[in-house]
Design a protein around this ligand. Structure first.
Ligand code: ADP
Ligand code: ASP
Ligand code: MG
Length: 418
């Protein structure tokens, strides 16, 4: 017998028939003798719809009230799943974020989980009841509803799994695992049997939204075993334990599992960045600090940075990227400080995409970046900025070339499925 936390995403919960199928998957897992708790997302599209209502109400909405509104999607699906489970003859009940409670800080709309009181869930599971927990939501120490940022139900599930010391956290979604790249963009993407926490963390943070980045760092920190698998399975499909999804594993485990691992594990694309260039900044100590200090103070994350070598006049251009959602704020802030920073012009481009290749094999192999640059050049794709880490190379390109670039790189690294 194992203790398993099962998480179902928005597409899996979209409508009566799908929730009924989810209920059957959960029931089967319990019937196999496991203790189960379930974490659910809102129905697909619902959170977007609710966010829109907030924007219409007031573009400068109160984040605390935003949380009250957007958390409601998961309240609906948790109640519905409990009903479907009861209809199948299972004992089940919902536990809202404030009822467990799931304690978070009060950074509304992007709150962090600080702790989960697990007694109630443990008691419920031990009694044969299925606890259904809405993902994405928690409660602050001021007693107000909070949400964890988009895609946050993954993080809720991993946090619940850590709190109840689950043997596994199964993330059911609309694809049957983590692929070498988004299978909806590249038909030749291959499913990965295993991916390390570190690789998944990099992949998620550079745009593979199959798992929320925070859920992966939490799983890594807490040692939670995470598996990604499809909820779109037939009633006669084998139980999750035997379905081949993707298992997130440690470096050590991987070595034992996958001797013939490819150099590159995955490729991701992110269109949610924007590029800013400040021209003709005087080339002196402190100039760059004057740009990035205020951005950091405003909580705007700068990702890629390039500073062109000074021309003969002792001036330099600085180019960097910020999240697309923060572009307007960043521009306003830099405009205000034009004289202090001392630049000539500010240029902004929101039509860029960041393409990243990730793989632990890079640590021991040279030439990964060179292959990337050559493959893109051969297709006439211009690189506007570059960053690297130990296991990742990212380039910034024109947004219109995103799909082409991902396909070209997938082929260049010999990752295409037959
Ligand atoms: P859920 O609603 O279940 O949380 P998401 O839409 O958040 O589902 O995540 C699943 C989606 O992630 C897939 O439909 C797929 O298009 C996308 N995706 C992006 N990169 C990858 C990848 N490398 N492997 C698998 N899916 C990916
Ligand atoms: N419903 C939330 C969202 O769409 C959380 C989630 O699905 O993970 O972002
Ligand atoms: Mg998701």
């Amino acid at each position: 017998m194992a203790r398993i936390v099962m998480k179902f995403g928005g597409t899996s919960m979209a409508g009566t028939e799908r929730i009924r199928r989810v209920a059957r998957i959960v029931q089967r897992q319990q019937a196999a003798g496991h203790e189960v708790a379930v974490v659910v997302s809102a129905m697909a599209g619902e959170t977007d719809r609710l966010v829109n209502f907030c924007r219409e109400a007031n573009p400068l909405y109160d984040p605390a009230e935003y949380d009250v509104v957007v958390a409601s999607g998961e309240q609906v699906t948790s109640g519905l799943l409990a009903m479907h489970l009861q209809a199948l003859g299972c004992k089940a009940r919902s536990w809202l974020g404030w009822q467990l409670p799931i304690h978070t800080d009060d950074a509304h709309s992007k709150a962090r989980i600080e702790g989960i009181d697990s007694e109630a869930v443990l008691a419920s599971m031990a009694s044969g009841e299925i606890a259904v927990i809405p993902g994405f939501q928690g409660v602050s120490d001021k007693g107000r509803v909070t949400t964890l940022g988009r895609g946050g139900s993954d993080t809720s599930a991993v946090a619940v799994a850590a709190a109840v010391k689950a043997d596994r956290c199964d993330i059911y979604t609309d694809v049957d695992g983590v692929y070498t790249t988004d299978p909806r963009i590249v038909a030749k993407a291959r499913k990965l049997k295993n991916v390390t926490y570190e690789e998944m963390l990099e992949l998620a943070s550079v745009g593979s939204k199959v798992l929320q980045t925070r859920s992966v760092s939490l799983a890594m920190k807490e040692g939670v075993r995470v598996q990604v698998l499809s909820s779109f399975i037939d009633d006669d499909a084998p139980a999750a334990d035997t379905i081949p999804g993707t298992m997130i594993v440690s470096d050590e485990e991987l070595e034992g599992l996958d001797m013939e691992r490819q150099l590159i594990t995955g490729i991701a694309a992110d269109k949610n960045e924007a590029k800013i260039t400040l021209t003709r900044i005087s080339d002196r100590p402190g100039a760059v600090a004057a740009i990035f200090g205020p951005l950091a103070a405003a909580n705007i994350n700068v990702d890629m940075i390039i500073q062109n070598i000074a021309k003969d006049k002792g001036e330099t251009d600085v180019t960097f990227t910020v999240p697309l959602a923060d572009l307007a704020r960043a521009q306003a802030l830099l405009e205000e400080r034009k004289d202090t920073i001392g630049y000539y012009r500010m240029l902004a481009n929101s039509k860029v995409a960041k393409i990243s290749v990730v793989g632990v094999g890079m640590r021991s192999h040279a030439g990964v970046a060179a292959t990337m640059f050559r493959a893109l050049a051969d297709r006439g794709i211009n690189i506007q900025a570059i960053t690297t880490s130990e296991i990742k190379v990212s380039v910034l390109i024109d947004e219109d070339e995103t799909e082409l670039a991902v396909r070209v790189l997938h082929t260049a690294y010999e990752m295409d499925a037959e």
